[in-house]
Design a protein around this ligand. Structure first.
Ligand code: GLN
Length: 478
């Protein structure tokens, strides 16, 4: 057997060799090896669980005591938190060994990881392509096998879309399933943490450790402890049976999914979808049909409105959350200033990048007197209608499937001059976040021609709290 220390050393060597990808913002071999040594002690004492000694990387949006927590921003370039985020704490408690902090779009605002103050991250499949974002560092690290799994956060697609672009598996749980305590806030009513890993089975194990209510996050939900591996390898109609589940191994035969109704939102397969993505999805859907599932066309008529609604609400919440970065309490502070107003202005001018400033301006605008009713309140109303669309959809099916992104990963630099163009690429992930539903991405093929090394993700959308079933469905494909 391999010891936790040997495993950590293996991944640290790989991380160093892949330095050019810029997936990691900080590695600290000393801290990693100390944690691995601890894990080996637990193993020797017979206290090991399924995650003990397994390496994990954390998106730099999660605060950590032993590592810097920058959120990809100059504002927090030197920031070290006095406490660990609940996500970090829970995985450490499960015995996982942190190997580093991963790159991300500044304050998780972006879809390509090009908005990081610390430089872009490359897609390991094709170095000319973006890895997606905002959790691009985590996704690239898992895809390049620099770590076994990583944490991500998803406000409007930031776990699902980078997972899709890098050919790995990621799940954004139901809003409130995982604690936001210690996750640097972007848009609090949308932010949700989740795992990025090489398989649905691994995501299930990680979610076992991550999920749970937390008195330190008032929006975390009271919930029964759940074993997210309990349906893995089971047929759709079989009751969960943990003793028969095969959580980590591949099942020999694909389970029977007879009785499973898969809803295909027709708006997700309309003209905006690239032919190469459509064709990979169709092949995957045929596999599900061959397993016994039925495909049903459904409709989510408000899909297009999700872009303006999300960018109004997320920016509004961001402008409020980011007001804490004032140069006084923590983080960057301008060196020279005349008075308090000047301190705020200089600190924020220096500390925030262009995309973050854009969101703060939009957010302050839509919340301002005279525009609040026209934009913010209106967007809140449509948000509710979007959630209702999904409930009508789920009356006809058990789960929905569709693309994660209209295209495969685009080229580095391709959308950096055109923020609106970048926003439009979020069309298939935003409404799930607005509704607070769980969504996941699993790899289902590659693009074509010049893109034949760029992965395609299949999105699985479940109803509230149906993560165990989504993981079952994903696992059946893998
Ligand atoms: N791309 C979206 C945005 O820029 C979503 C990002 C996220 O989920 N954090 O806001």
């Amino acid at each position: 057997a391999v010891s936790a220390v040997e495993l950590a050393q293996h991944f640290l060597t790989r991380i160093e060799a892949a330095n050019a990808l810029n997936a990691f913002l900080e590695v600290n071999p000393e801290a990693t090896l100390a944690a691995a040594t601890q894990a080996d002690v637990s193993i020797a004492r017979g206290h090991a669980g399924p995650l003990t000694g397994i390496p994990i990387a954390h998106k730099d949006v999660f605060v950590t005591r032993d590592w810097k927590s920058t959120a990809g921003s100059n504002m927090l370039a030197q920031y070290v938190s006095p406490f660990d985020a609940t996500v970090v704490e829970r995985l450490a408690h499960a015995g996982m060994v942190c190997v580093g902090k991963t790159n991300m779009d500044e304050f998780a605002m972006g879809s390509s990881t090009e908005n990081s103050f610390f430089g872009l991250t490359q897609n390991p499949w094709d170095l000319a392509a973006v890895p997606g974002g905002s959790s691009g560092g985590s996704a690239a690290a898992v895809a390049a096998r620099l770590v076994s799994a990583a944490t991500g956060s998803d406000t409007g697609g930031s776990i699902r879309q980078p997972a899709a672009f890098t050919g790995v598996t990621g799940i954004k749980p139901t809003y409130g399933r995982v604690s936001r305590y210690g996750m640097i806030a972007f848009a609090s009513s949308l932010d949700q943490a989740g795992p990025i890993a090489v398989s649905a089975a691994d995501c299930a194990l990680l979610l076992n450790a991550l999920a749970g209510s937390d008195p330190r996050d008032s929006t975390s939900l009271a919930q029964e402890t759940e074993d997210f591996t309990r349906y893995l390898g089971q047929s759709w109609n079989t009751q969960a049976n943990p003793s028969q589940a095969t959580p980590t191994g591949q099942t020999q035969e694909r389970p029977n999914l007879k009785g499973l109704r898969i809803g295909l939102p027709k708006e997700y397969f309309s003209a905006g979808l690239a032919a190469e993505v459509r064709s990979a999805l169709e092949t995957a859907l045929k596999v599900y049909e061959s397993l016994g599932a039925t495909l049903i066309e459904i409709s989510l008529p408000k899909t297009e409105l999700s872009i303006p609604v999300y960018y109004v609400l997320a920016s509004a919440e961001a402008s409020s959350n980011l007001s804490r970065f004032d140069g006084v309490r923590y983080g960057h502070r301008a060196a020279h200033y005349r008075d308090l107003a000047d301190l705020y202005q200089k600190t924020r001018t220096e500390g925030f990048g262009a995309e973050v400033k854009r969101r703060i301006l939009v957010g302050a605008y839509v919340l301002s007197h005279g525009y609040y009713d026209a934009y913010y309140v209106q967007a809140q109303k449509i948000r509710r209608l979007i959630a209702q669309d999904f409930q009508q959809g789920f009356a006809q099916c058990d789960v929905m499937m569709g693309p994660v992104s209209p295209t495969v990963a685009w080229n580095l630099g391709e959308k950096t001059d055109d923020p609106l163009h970048m926003y439009l690429a979020d069309i298939y992930t935003l409404s799930i976040s607005l509704a607070g539903l769980p969504g996941m991405s699993i790899p289902c093929g590659f693009g074509q021609n010049a893109h034949d090394s760029r992965p395609v993700g299949l999105q699985i959308i479940g109803n509230y709290f149906s993560e165990a079933r989504m993981l079952q469905i994903a696992h059946a494909f893998q």
